[in-house]
Design a protein around this ligand. Structure first.
Ligand SMILES: Nc1ncnc2c1ncn2[C@@H]1O[C@H](COP(=O)(O)OP(=O)(O)OP(=O)(O)O)[C@@H](O)[C@H]1O
Ligand SMILES: [Mg+2]
Length: 356
């Protein structure tokens, strides 16, 4: 039997059942009333039988008309859900505000939940595919480099003390890159899937800035870059996740040092936010190579590097600013980048100040 015929038969059965019940109830009631008013039982029975037939017929016709269209709607909704055609469900309307309409409305609502969930899973799945592709690509470079060094050593270079030390050091540098890469990858995947939550509390900005700058001073010295902090009020408190803000600062200042020139400068400081009195901007300004206008929106993308070989050579994997962007967004704050090639860049992060 076709699906449509099965559906029509079901509606017909339902209508028949309603007709029998309403007919029987009205017949019994009519019989009681007429019999009470002293009519004979034969006459009462005849009138009741007529009332029963009329009620049953009316309720069958009305019930059938009322239900038929809506059962078809119900059927369409469930059919569309199973075929994942959610946009078609939007057009379906109900009109009586009764139990059947309630079920239809609920089913439409559930279909939206299913749709959102499918979209979320698709997004995660696409993210996962892209992420795995990116990772395997990034892992290949240091792994092949290590393989190359070991092969050369095994092929005889091991005998030469001068060469083997140099090669082992190079292999070690690549191992270190792999270690940093794994750490950053774990962090970014947690941030991107929303697994890592920010632990927001009141923190003193001064302490964090000074601590981070102190820790990076040796890197700046090594690169012959002048790293300075513009003095600011020690008592300024912000609402943020301490470790995450520290990470933001490390990543941005490290870039300022890394993409700078010998004798260059990195300045760290705060200034009032131009739009909001309850915020301040923490800025990191460098006199480095700068970023081309077209590349500015892309530097916060995962694995994006303006000059891949230069970044790799300096140990960069292109994850630092992607991590920064996610942390800043999770805080509901904004990262602003202004830059001019060969002149330098300014990375500015808005922060929520606590009124003192
Ligand atoms: N201050 C800067 N000056 C010039 N270019 C920059 C600056 N900061 C970032 N960039 C460019 O943006 C790219 C992305 O930066 P990001 O910090 O995300 O990655 P990375 O420094 O290459 O690697 P990682 O930070 O993961 O070690 C860099 O490769 C670099 O090309
Ligand atoms: Mg970086």
């Amino acid at each position: 039997m076709s699906r449509n015929r099965r559906r029509d038969k079901a509606i017909y059965k339902l209508g028949l059942r309603i007709a029998i019940y309403t007919g029987l109830i009205s017949a019994v009631l009519t019989f009681i009333i007429i019999y009470t008013f002293d009519h004979g039982w034969e006459e009462s029975l005849l009138i009741s039988a007529m009332v029963m037939a009329a009620t049953a017929l009316t309720s069958y016709v009305v019930g059938y008309k009322l239900q038929y269209r809506r059962i078809k709607v119900l059927e369409r909704v469930s059919k569309n859900i199973s075929k994942k055609r959610f946009e078609e469900i939007e057009d379906l309307r109900t009109q009586y505000d009764d139990e059947l309409d309630y079920i239809i409305k609920h089913l439409i609502k559930s279909s939206r939940t299913v749709e959102r969930e499918i979209q979320r899973l698709n997004r995660i799945e696409n993210y996962r595919k892209e992420f795995i592709g990116d990772i395997s690509h990034e892992l290949k470079t240091p792994i092949f480099a290590i393989q190359g060094f070991i092969e050369t050593l095994l092929n005889g270079a091991l005998e030469d003390e001068e060469v083997n030390k140099k090669f082992l050091q190079k292999a070690m540098r690549n191992v270190n890159r792999l270690i940093f890469l794994t750490k950053d990858l774990m962090e970014i995947s947690k941030l991107e899937t929303g697994e890592l939550k920010s632990d927001i509390e009141s923190i003193y900005l001064y302490e964090i800035v000074h601590d981070v700058v102190e820790n990076l001073m040796y890197k700046a010295d090594k690169e012959e870059v002048d790293l300075i902090i513009h003095p600011f009020d020690r008592n300024i408190q912000i609402r943020a996740d301490k470790n995450q803000i520290r990470q933001v600062l490390v990543n941005i200042i490290e870039n300022g040092i890394k993409y700078n020139i010998k004798g260059g400068k990195v300045e760290v400081g705060i200034e009032p936010n131009k739009q909001r009195a309850d915020k301040i901007d923490l800025f990191v300004k460098d006199t480095g190579m700068g970023i081309d206008k077209t590349d500015i929106p892309r530097v916060t993308e995962r694995f994006f590097r303006v000059d891949k070989s230069r970044s790799r050579e300096r140990g960069g994997t292109g994850l630092g600013l992607a991590i920064v962007k996610h942390i800043i967004e999770a805080h509901g704050e904004k990262l602003t980048i202004t830059s001019e090639p060969n002149k330098g860049s300014v990375f500015s992060v808005s922060l929520s100040k606590i009124a003192s």
